[in-house]
Design a protein around this ligand. Structure first.
Ligand code: CDP
Ligand code: MG
Length: 143
């Protein structure tokens, strides 16, 4: 049975700076995922803190906040069958140096911070994160 899901994706400031937005997006389009929202925006610190709420106490969080607010990013919502897991698998491990070849981070990143992409890791985080970036959008229609 197909499980239609929506997931929140960020093409982080390094993706925009490195002109990799089209390259990365084209992989998901080719896979068959559907774009349901997309916006270029410069995050403020408060929105970064809401998005990364689970990481606020990490020693590396100040550096992550500095990075994620340093330049515009592209926020988007992708939809499709098991979209949450499909997109997570496509991005690879957090540290680009260890991410498997063939994944986005494995092919294009050499950093554990500037790793190009964020993607929701569960139905509940997708719901929460979609509400942070696109409050008008229903996270998973049909729920
Ligand atoms: O993004 P992902 O879910 O794979 O990793 P995470 O463990 O939830 O961490 C969120 C983000 O924090 C990562 O994608 C990195 O950009 C950043 N990070 C960092 O700056 N320094 C670390 N030591 C670990 C993660
Ligand atoms: Mg995470």
């Amino acid at each position: 049975m197909p499980t239609e899901e929506r997931t929140l994706v960020l093409l982080k400031p390094d993706a925009v700076r490195r002109r990799l937005v089209g390259t990365v997006l084209s992989r998901w389009e080719a896979k068959g995922l559907r774009l349901v929202a997309m916006e270029l925006r410069l995050l403020d610190a408060a929105t970064a803190d809401r998005h990364y709420a689970e990481h606020l106490d990490q020693p590396w969080y100040p550096a992550l906040r500095e990075f994620i607010t340093s330049d515009p990013l592209v926020a988007l919502v992708l939809a499709g069958d098991q979209a949450i897991e499909v997109v997570r698998a496509s991005i690879g491990a957090t540290d680009g140096r260890q991410a498997a070849p063939g994944t986005i981070r494995g092919d294009l990143s050499l950093s554990n911070r500037e790793n190009l992409v964020h993607a929701s890791d569960s139905v509940s985080s997708a719901q929460r994160e979609i509400a942070v970036f696109f409050p008008g959008l229903v996270a998973n229609p049909g729920d």
